[in-house]
Structures are given as structure tokens and as C-alpha cells.
Design a protein around this ligand. Structure first.
Ligand code: S3P
Length: 177
């Protein structure tokens, strides 16, 4: 294992995957996306997993993906927006590294998740669902987070810089590196 992981979490449309890829590149680390791992292991897209097997089956695959990603050591990990709702996933991710909560205003999220086809939870009434899920989840994300970065009015590269700055100030991150 080489160092501790950096875990990007937060709601859909906050740029976890894009920022994670760029952050990993900047740091010379590998990047792991749990949604992508789930799709690889299941051999089908997330929307198809939800449609064929339901959300409970997806969450079980996601848990296995979180476990696998965390086991890779000092990588950058982006987890799906619902992953940290499972306290066991939070425990695994905290043991592996530092958790970065990416946020965005609801309007920004809605504009970024334009293609709701790939996001089964937003298939019906995206606006209402985003509002409701954000209200339900914000405190869970915040409780799990070591650092928080607002992505609303920033490019992915600007967010990468903000994440690096926030980590440099984080006692938990500093004590692990
Ligand atoms: C989900 C978020 C999605 C994906 C799945 C469920 C959620 O990931 O894991 O559709 O519960 O918020 P992204 O946050 O990467 O879109």
C-alpha cells in the first residue's frame, strides 16, 4: 500500500469523477471510480442494474466496489452519490483515507445532470428528487467529511486546486502523509 487514499464523495453532479481523474493525474496516483467498478463487475450499466435487479442489488455491488477500491491503497477514489449512506462503507473509506465532500447548489446539480437516463434515481421529477435527496443526505455527507469543497462556480481544474488546498489544511490528511 502506498499512502492513504483520497476519497471524493457527495451528490450526483458535483464532479466527483471528473475532479477525481484530474486530481489523480496531478498527483501521479491511480484513479478508481466505484460506479465504473460496479459496471465492470456486473457487466452492465448502472441504469440496467437498477432496472433488472433493483436498488438493493446495486447497493450490494457498490459495497463490494467500495471495499475493492479502498483495498488499493493510496489511490484517488470517487464513490457514487449514495455510497456513504451505508455506515459500513463510511467505516471502510475512513480507514482507507481522507474524505472530501464535493458540494454544489441544487440549480447547478440540475444543470449538470442533464442526461438523467444514466441516473436512475433522477428519472422521474429530477428537480423534486434532487431537492428531496439533498435535504436527506447533506447531513450524512457532512458528518462523513474531513474537508468540504463547493464546486458550484468552478471548473474541474479549479476544484482540483481547491481540494489540494483544503487537504493541505486538514490535520487528518497531514497526519496521514
Ligand atoms: C447514486 C449516484 C450515482 C450512482 C447511482 C446512485 C445515488 O453515482 O451510483 O445512480 O444514490 O446518488 P454518481 O453520484 O456518480 O452520479
Amino acid at each position: 500500500m502506498r499512502g492513504r487514499a483520497i476519497v471524493l464523495m457527495g451528490f450526483m453532479g458535483t464532479g466527483k469523477s471528473e475532479v477525481g481523474r484530474r486530481l489523480a493525474q496531478r498527483l501521479g496516483r491511480s484513479f478508481v471510480d466505484t460506479d465504473q467498478l460496479v459496471e465492470e463487475r456486473a457487466g452492465k450499466r448502472i441504469a440496467a442494474i437498477f432496472a433488472d435487479e433493483g436498488e438493493v442489488a446495486f447497493r450490494s455491488l457498490e459495497h463490494a466496489a467500495v471495499d475493492e477500491a479502498a483495498g488499493r491503497g493510496g489511490v484517488v477514489i470517487a464513490v457514487g452519490g449514495g455510497a456513504v449512506l451505508d455506515p459500513e462503507n463510511v467505516r471502510i473509506l475512513r480507514a482507507a483515507g481522507t474524505l472530501v465532500y464535493l458540494t454544489a447548489r441544487p440549480e447547478v446539480i440540475l444543470s449538470r445532470v442533464g442526461d438523467a437516463k444514466s441516473r436512475p434515481l433522477l428519472r422521474n421529477d429530477p428537480r423534486g428528487t434532487v431537492t428531496q435527496l439533498l435535504a436527506e443526505r447533506d447531513s450524512v455527507y457532512a458528518a462523513a467529511a474531513d474537508v468540504t469543497v463547493d464546486t458550484s462556480d468552478r471548473t474541474a481544474d479549479e476544484v482540483v486546486g481547491e481540494v489540494q488546498t483544503a487537504l493541505a489544511r486538514s490535520e487528518r490528511w497531514k497526519s496521514s502523509t
